[in-house]
Design a protein around this ligand. Sequence first.
Ligand SMILES: [Zn+2]
Length: 297
Amino acid sequence: MTNTKCREIDWDLTFKTKHPSKITSDITNKEDSNKRSFALKLLCEELPTLSKRYIHKPNLYSSSSCILCEKLVEENNMHVFTCKRKGQIDPIKNLTNKFKEILIEKIKKEEPGIDIKIIKKVVSEVDILNYTYEKDYTLSKNYSDLSFFDVIKGFIPNILVTKVKKICRNKKAKANKIIIDVLEEFQKILKQIWKERCDKVIEWEIKNGITNKDKRTRQIRNDKRTKIQIDKTSNIKEGNLHISKMMEKINFQRKQKQKEEDLEFFTNEIFLNTFTYKGNNLYKIKIFSDGDMAISS
Ligand SMILES: [Zn+2]
């Protein structure tokens, strides 16, 4: 993420919306923890998509391509939400509209006295929420400004906070509450999309003879020192196919490793040293896999 983008984000609210309030009941806590886990995985691009499965279980998954598409497209975190599922319409259009609807509804609930036309007008001024055309997620990473993909990941743009505050006549607590509520509602929609995707993938796995036990069994990895072994009795054609498949896998793993090295915002030194969260430099904040956050000493 570029420094310009970093400056466009309200970090305090971004963290707050990933850390819903603590409630004592156990059931609620579990729900809470599930929500938090999904939200954080989305933020850090850690959803167990086929692209991840393919790296960890190359013996089970022959490719990282999305199984819901007609085209061969890598199923990464954002593809889950941009996948047209063999249709024509860009799902991002629907998601931007949904986000706006929820936002308008929550503002109306908190500020019932304000004319709906005025609310709609102010919401329409938040450019990032206006769908214009189909955008490519990979290319969007090079844009200088935030895009709706960042909102899907869970980043809260400053402009959104400014506009909501403006409607709430500068009442910060009220504006924050509205945004936290909107994010929670929007996350439910995203989670539903992820769930539907998971149901389809499970169906596909059953058809392809991949069991839960297979998925849990540890992959015996040869990693970097992988030796390409070809059964000497097999014919050359089979050998070539084997090599090309192996090369494809090695290449893919290399690309993934590069991606991990490029993982921008938590490793961007300038940013980490400039921005603070609750008085701590960001590099001191650790996020655990179960969604908990801690300040390291
Ligand atoms: Zn797809």
